[in-house]
Design a binder for this molecule. Structure first.
Ligand code: ZN
Length: 247
């Protein structure tokens, strides 16, 4: 294929723009905010689980506490009843009196044990409530952080899109100035090798694959006409000669 040296040089501009566009696409994929948002979502799920666990524990404890308080009340009512019988002086039989007094003693012990249980349940409830409050605060902090990171990510995406659209429009105008056949070759090579379809020959080295050309290859290039479109055998890219080529 033949193309003017000027047209060939334009391929280097295209290659630079393609490199820039690839860099922008990579930046979009690798935005650190995306990883941060994933981590925040994981943490959010964890604190929500913790909240659910605390809620379950709280309702269990509420039920237990209500039961224990009912038990305390029952015992208290029995003590009152016994005490009233005692105070009314209705019990004169010595054995009955003794049995009533001993029942009151054992009921008081039972009441004290049950009150102990209620206190312990209240303490456990307090601890569960504190865990729930901390988890809830965690979800709120997480939501605020997520909003901040999302807005940072959106700003970065908007900036990337803007740069992309600039580079794409410059690429379109450069591409329009390249002869169709040469442009088609460039795009084909680019699709095959990835990255860019053309590279500069600089000081005897292909800048596309960083491989130095052999003396024989360089001699062939020296002998080629300036409008001959050359390819690097090693990487198949279109090789562009410039004043820096070392020919
Ligand atoms: Zn090469």
């Amino acid at each position: 294929m033949k193309a003017s040296p000027e047209a060939q040089l334009r391929l280097l501009e295209l290659a630079d723009l393609d490199t820039e566009l690839a860099r922008l696409a990579h930046r979009r994929r690798a935005l650190p905010e995306n990883a941060e948002l994933e981590q925040l979502a994981v943490r959010d799920a964890e604190v929500r689980d913790e909240m659910t666990r605390a809620d379950t524990e709280l309702s269990d404890l509420d039920r237990e506490q209500a039961r224990a308080e009912r038990d305390v009340e029952q015992v208290r009512v029995r003590i009152d009843r016994d005490q009233q019988r005692l105070d009314a002086g209705k019990v004169s039989n010595a054995r009955e009196l003794e049995s009533l007094q001993s029942e009151i003693v054992s009921l008081r012990r039972r009441q004290s044990d049950l009150e102990e249980v209620v206190l312990e349940l209240m303490e456990r409830r307090e601890a569960a409530q504190a865990r729930r409050d901390a988890a809830e605060a965690g979800t709120e902090a997480g939501a605020a952080e997520t909003a901040a990171v999302t807005s940072r990510r959106d700003a970065a995406l908007a900036e990337i899109s803007e740069q992309e659209s600039k580079s794409s429009s410059v690429r379109a105008s450069v591409a329009a100035s390249v002869p169709a056949e040469l442009l088609a070759l460039y795009d084909r090579v680019r699709a095959q090798v990835g990255g860019v379809g053309a590279a500069k020959l600089r000081r005897g080295k292909c800048e596309g694959c960083n491989v130095s050309l052999s003396t024989a290859e360089l001699n062939e290039i020296r002998a080629a006409a300036p409008d001959e479109v050359l390819r690097h055998e090693e990487c198949r890219r279109i090789l562009i000669r410039t004043t820096e080529s070392g020919l």
